[in-house]
Design a protein around this ligand. Structure first.
Ligand SMILES: [Zn+2]
Length: 130
């Protein structure tokens, strides 16, 4: 029996959050079917394979799929940012991601990932591609 309780397990999303702190957007890629996904999952959302997910660095380029303006923040944490823009984007590598975006982006726009710190966390904000 392992009685070592000092080492907390590494969070599933650690590669993603570590990447954000270093200005890198990461996604999971399935080595069994080639499917891609954002958010940290234990299994591939395309084929269900477990333990076959690698983390990859995204280039940050994406296309806007949907946009909404948030006027009323869902929590105290985001109240200082309101009003703000959220966008669902499809990364060029395939997976979709919900993130902040600069005001005025439209469906179909080409955007690029940027990063900003807010209340101790690094968040993603997409802006029009140069
Ligand atoms: Zn798969």
């Amino acid at each position: 029996m392992n009685t070592n309780t000092s080492a907390a397990p590494r969070p599933l999303a650690a590669p993603f959050t570590d990447g954000l702190r270093n200005g890198v957007l990461r996604y999971q890629r399935c080595t069994a079917c080639g499917g891609t996904q954002t958010l940290a999952r234990y299994a591939c959302q395309h084929c269900g394979e477990r333990w076959a997910l690698d983390w990859r660095d995204a280039a940050g380029a994406a296309t806007v799929c949907a946009v909404t303006e948030v006027a009323r923040a869902p929590s105290d944490e985001f109240r200082a940012l309101a009003p703000y823009t959220l966008a669902l984007v499809q990364l060029d590598e395939g997976p979709r991601l919900m993130a902040h975006a600069t005001a005025g982006v439209h469906i179909g726009d080409r955007v690029h990932a940027g990063f900003f710190d807010h209340q101790g966390r690094t968040l993603v904000r997409f802006a029009p591609a140069p």
